[in-house]
Ligand binder design. Structure first.
Ligand SMILES: [Zn+2]
Length: 378
């Protein structure tokens, strides 16, 4: 019966999954040079099963075929450097691309937008280490504007709802944030106008509300379209003001407190046990106890100065260079826990959210059981 219900009533399109993930990890917060979102396939494709992994490899592709998954979600973009030739004889990316297309498999990637969003990659790493009072290590510079719209009182609610529906009006942990004030709007339509209220050529005075919302810059056109769709006037008055606020909705890395301060040796054992890793590189500091810990999944040596400035006792990231260790010597305890190892915790979180939001296909959403880490220790 359940199978029949699915077949008859339920069609999940790729674009619905993209929309849901975009709300969590907006593409607008990704690096400018990144390539996130749909990589291969169609937003209109009907999705039956989903496989989640850090990166696409031939083995992952094989697994998706075995499980009949027609959507693969990767953290690292499949197409990143720019594919100029499709050489099926010798280029691995070309071969994978051809197989994806041949087998009708769609692929989407959530990379630095998933790194920089709340509950993203670094927050999951902090969670794995059971850190408390977790915040962004370096909040991202604001990319927000204030949208002000003047709307006749009777349409104010529907216009507000339209703005909230496209995910705007968010301040920190609060959604649907707005401000309204009442006033009188005036206008006189020209001969070619077609006013919704009053008569052209005659000055009108109308009870209006001034509505204000905070809006992400990458979403401005979407918000303006949403306002226009619900605003009754032929020419709605909409103002966009750039803001210099520091947003708390996105940032690089995370910082929090261990439940109890630990000796450095105990801290290293704790990392090994919590991240389930046997080998990692580290540099001791002259600090006796570790309590305040900064983390950043993946390669984030550039955040070492931020971790020091935030008075972290230790910083855990990956791909730290020899000279970066030296530069931070005696200033902080550094741990290079591996790129794969510091990012892999995001996969079950993606699955958990998708299963919760798309419960009718919850049984068909898989995190790969394969490790795509190709690095070994001798
Ligand atoms: Zn990475």
């Amino acid at each position: 019966m359940r199978f029949l219900e699915k077949c008859i009533f339920f069609v999940m399109k790729c674009k619905e999954i993209i929309k849901y993930l975009d709300d969590w990890a907006p593409p607008g917060i990704a690096w400018d040079r990144d390539n996130v979102g749909l990589q291969v396939g169609s937003p209109e494709a009907e999705i039956q099963k989903i496989l989640i992994c850090l990166e696409l490899t031939p083995e992952i592709l094989k697994e998706s075929l075995e499980k009949s998954c027609n959507l693969i979600i990767t953290h690292h973009p499949f197409l990143f450097k720019g594919l100029k030739k499709i050489n099926l004889a010798s280029d691995k990316t070309s071969q994978l691309l051809a197989s994806l297309i041949k087998n009708d498999i769609n692929l989407i990637s959530y990379h630095t937008n998933l790194d920089f969003t709340k509950s993203g990659v670094s927050f999951q790493l902090a969670e794995q280490l059971q850190l408390n009072s977790v915040k962004f290590l370096t909040p991202l510079e604001a990319k927000q504007s204030k949208i002000v719209v003047f709307v006749p009182t009777e349409s104010a609610e529907s216009v507000s709802e339209a703005v909230f529906a496209v995910g705007e009006g968010i301040i920190g942990e609060y959604s649907e944030c707005s401000f309204s004030s009442e006033g009188i709007g005036t206008f006189k339509g020209s001969e070619s106008s077609n006013p919704q209220k009053g008569t052209k050529g005659i000055l009108e005075r109308v009870n209006e509300q001034r509505l204000e919302f905070i809006c992400s810059n990458w979403n401005i056109s979407k918000v303006i379209n949403a306002i226009k769709a619900f605003h009754p006037y032929e020419e709605p008055a909409i103002d966009v003001y750039p803001l210099s606020n520091n947003t708390t909705n996105s940032g690089v890395g995370a910082i929090g407190l261990l439940k109890t301060p630990m000796q450095q040796e105990d801290f290293f054992a704790y990392i090994a046990s919590r991240l389930k890793i046997k080998n990692f590189r580290f540099m001791r500091s002259n600090q006796k106890l570790i309590h305040r810990v900064a983390v950043c999944g993946g390669s984030a040596s550039e955040c070492i100065p931020d971790a020091i400035a935030q008075k972290a006792d230790a910083f855990i990231t990956a791909d730290i260079k020899y000279h970066s260790f030296h530069d931070a010597h005696n200033l902080i305890c550094l741990v290079d826990a591996g790129h794969y190892e510091t990012e892999v915790a995001i996969l079950p979180e993606i699955a958990r959210r998708l299963k919760e939001n798309f419960s009718s296909i919850a049984d068909d959403i898989f995190v790969t059981r394969q490790s795509t880490n190709v690095i070994e220790f001798y």
